[in-house]
Design a protein around this ligand. Structure first.
Ligand code: HEM
Length: 141
């Protein structure tokens, strides 16, 4: 257990180090969520007041990153897996989703138009209604 938590800690330290290095190389320009959290550790002007309230440090940042990873990975993977298994069982719906993807996104780029993919949206909502990945109002939160 200790070994695993050490490994995990090293992984999180590496993420933070890489973000610190990026910020240093790009004159304090903030790019993603980890950068924003780092900016609250060493606040500039406007963020100073917020940082005094939040009082964020490196350990907090590691805990938040871990929270995001743990909360995001299994939930998303399981929801996608259920979505696939439902459309495999309903080939008429699968064809509609495929057609929509072809029309809206095409075959030459990544899917970036989630808002325009109405059939896919309905499939995922229905799939999560039938197979909730996590209980709503999780008793641990
Ligand atoms: C299909 C995917 C997902 C499902 C089913 C899901 C489900 C949930 C549920 C049920 C809760 C507890 C809500 C509550 O009772 O207050 C929760 C909380 C949370 N989720 Fe997700 N989640 C998903 C994806 C994600 C992703 C992608 C992220 C991060 C990028 C994420 C980060 C979090 C965090 C940080 C919390 C805690 C929020 C808080 O403390 O207020 N989740 N999620």
């Amino acid at each position: 257990m200790k070994k695993v938590s050490k490994l995990l800690d090293e992984f999180l330290e590496k993420i933070i180090d890489e973000h610190v290095q990026y910020t240093n190389n790009h004159q304090g320009h903030h790019r993603d969520f980890a950068h924003v959290m780092l900016s609250l550790m060493e606040p500039q002007d406007a963020a100073k007041e917020l940082s005094n309230i939040i009082g964020i440090d490196r350990t907090n940042i590691k805990a938040i990153i871990l929270d995001m990873l743990v909360g995001a990975m299994d939930t998303s993977a399981t929801a996608i897996e259920w979505g696939f298994s439902e459309i495999l069982r309903h080939t008429r719906v699968m064809k509609r989703v495929q057609e929509e993807l072809r029309e809206v996104v095409g075959m030459d780029r990544l899917v970036e138009d989630l808002i325009r993919l109405e059939d896919l949206d309905m499939v995922m909502k229905e799939s999560m209604r039938l197979h909730p990945v996590a209980p709503l109002l999780d008793p641990t939160t």
